[in-house]
Ligand binder design. Structure first.
Ligand code: ADP
Length: 191
């Protein structure tokens, strides 16, 4: 068994359920850790500093960017997001697998830097269901939801470039599909 961890890159249109899926997988798989991103967006209720994200000001973010701390950074819906290179590299070198939840552009950049990474795209069951989940989640304004849906149309066209595609219709089945993919590539890492 390799002593180095494996990077799993997960993308999905906003609202498809990747946060929900990743949280479940992180609980059920051992030796895996989320890649904690830096962001300038304000925390949603229940989000914890240093667990869900490192929440920083725009000035702090720009300073880190100038120092080359980010492997990739993106402006998504007006907020800045970045993946810390040091965080991913040091986690992998400890033999811990990393689950990186990133947008399409971020996935492309990460895959270039980590060619051994496994890429996985999460689909909503349908466009109507995606809309419903965004509305029911109650975390965005109608305007943001419309923006997210427009972007989702473009994102869904990129899905076939990912090595694996999972439809998040039944949550438990989708979680199991994701765990199977991780298990195949990371050895038997189920608890
Ligand atoms: P993302 O991180 O992709 O933006 P979330 O994980 O926040 O998406 O999920 C969007 C909404 O859809 C949430 O309210 C979540 O509870 C719900 N959801 C996620 N997966 C499913 C599923 N398989 N079936 C029904 N609702 C789901």
């Amino acid at each position: 068994m390799s002593s180095k961890g494996k990077l799993f890159i997960i993308s999905a249109p906003s609202g498809a359920g990747k946060t929900t899926l990743c949280q479940k997988v992180l609980k059920q798989v051992k030796d895996i850790q989320a890649s904690i991103s830096y962001t300038t967006r304000p925390p949603r209720p229940n989000e914890i500093q240093g667990k869900d994200y490192f929440f920083v000001t725009e000035t702090q973010f720009e300073h880190m960017e100038e120092n080359g701390d980010f492997i990739e950074a993106a402006n998504v819906h007006g907020a800045l997001y970045g993946q810390s290179k040091r965080f991913i590299e040091s986690t992998l070198s400890k033999g811990i697998h990393v689950l990186a939840n990133v947008d399409i552009q971020g996935a492309k950049t990460l895959k270039k830097k980590f060619p051994d990474a496994v890429t996985i795209f999460i689909h909503p069951p349908s466009f109507e269901e995606l809309k419903k989940r965004l509305v029911d989640r109650k975390s965005d304004t109608q305007e943001t939801i419309s923006k997210r849906l427009k972007i989702a149309e473009l994102e869904l066209k990129e899905a076939s470039h990912y090595e694996f595609e999972i439809v998040n219709d039944d949550l438990e089945r989708a979680v199991n599909d994701l765990i199977k993919i991780i298990g195949i590539h990371a050895g038997d890492s189920k608890k």
